[in-house]
Design a protein around this ligand. Sequence first.
Ligand code: NAD
Length: 489
Amino acid sequence: MTERFEMLIGGARRGAANGTTFSCENPYTGRTWAEVPDATPADVDAAVTAARAALDGPWGQTTGFDRARLLRNLAAQIARDTQRLAAFEVNDSGKLHREMLGQMTGLASWYDYFAGIADKLEGRQIPTPNPNFLVYTRRMPVGVVAAITPWNSPLLLLTWKLAPALAAGCTVVIKPSEHAPVSTLAFGKLFEDAGFPPGVVNIVTGSTGATGAALAGHPGVDKVAFTGATETGRGVARAAAENLNASTLELGGKSAQIVFDDADLDAAANGVIAGIFAAAGQTCMAGSRLLVHTKVHDQLVDLVVKRATTIRLGDPHDPTTEMGPIANGPQFTKVMKLLDQALTEGATIACGGRPDEELGGYFIRPTVLTGLVPDATILRDEVFGPVLAVSTFTDEDDAVTQANGTPYGLAGSVWTRDVHRAHRVAGRLRAGSVWINAYRAVAPSVPFGGYGLSGIGRENGVEAVDAYLETTSVWVELSGATRDPFVLG
Ligand code: NAD
């Protein structure tokens, strides 16, 4: 049976102003499983207006202590609802239940972490050359935030925006992806249960990019936080800039895992599998390039291929499944197109390289490509699917040059037993996150984001809240004397 979900605007559950909806397809079953509202521009206006009204209302008067309490309440609500939220994300995106349950369980820790920051947003008392002034700063919420999110890990990536924005005292209008909107709509209920005033958090959904575009460029918005594709991010940044708003952008990647010849190859192979086949490679931080020292290339590729060919594909709700389908039709088509192009450009398939014939649908076999020419498209373009592109290097400089040889700079890893080299190479990578002898770990307290085409700004960590704050400098005249009105200072 198809489930119906509604938007959240000013504390009220609403359909679109013109009553239209769109369908959500379960990528595993291929069937429509939910209907959600297809917002009109008037709905986006209403959500932004509600967010502004909430900012001007009691929410604007809350202290950091009040907000910390509400964020902790929210964390408790999430902890009670992990199974339901995880199931929605699996239905919408085909990602594994075990992964999404892990994400939902971890989600609460983000709200707890930023609750710990909400009541510590301190200004400064600043000395000036003129002793007649006491100057201090106040840290104010930037205002109404537009949070636009992609279909992979919708609630986790939303939380990276929402938790610091709420800690800062902002109000938010959320626009989840048309390919996976349901968990976000369901999440809306938890704000009410946690005690947030109406309008602090609003959610609009739309069947095309037009809803996100209307929100990103809305004159009533003060800041835009976006996760998605690099090309979309460019448009979002332009729309925000039109209103002279800042934007935080978390975009694509083509991250390299560098494996030296002294590495523990079993551990490295496991890390390579985690980097590219977890979530069927549909993560921004996917380790989609393997750079391996020529001496250990054959040995490592053998290990990776052995494990890749035994990865269990199937029903994402089944706890024994290791890889689900590609999340939606357009993404499946994109992955297959890039795969075909790689083969045309001379790539050798070490394993996979085709859809899974038995399962059909959007399943693609875990794929390892070797023998790539240096300017192969697959070494440059983000696939966002289970496709590993392998290259070799001969020395450290060569490895670093190749790793940094894309316009992206989101993540990377160094596999070696040499502690000097590990830190040396980590420091030379132009990447927002570098793991040493590991891959794919994140935490609320650790900044995440990219260099170059991977984005602007960082989410997570203490500094993340700065993106949602303005500074007001307050000057207090102390002498009471009448000043020369024609002289500055
Ligand atoms: P996408 O850019 O197509 O969509 C992202 C969001 O933007 C969706 O909500 C979409 O509706 C909206 N949107 C579409 N057109 C818009 C427009 N013109 N103006 C404003 N909003 C618009 O991305 P996707 O396909 O959902 O997600 C996959 C991409 O996201 C990949 O490239 C991946 O690397 C990237 N990603 C990055 C991170 C990160 O943290 N760096 C995390 C996850 C995904």
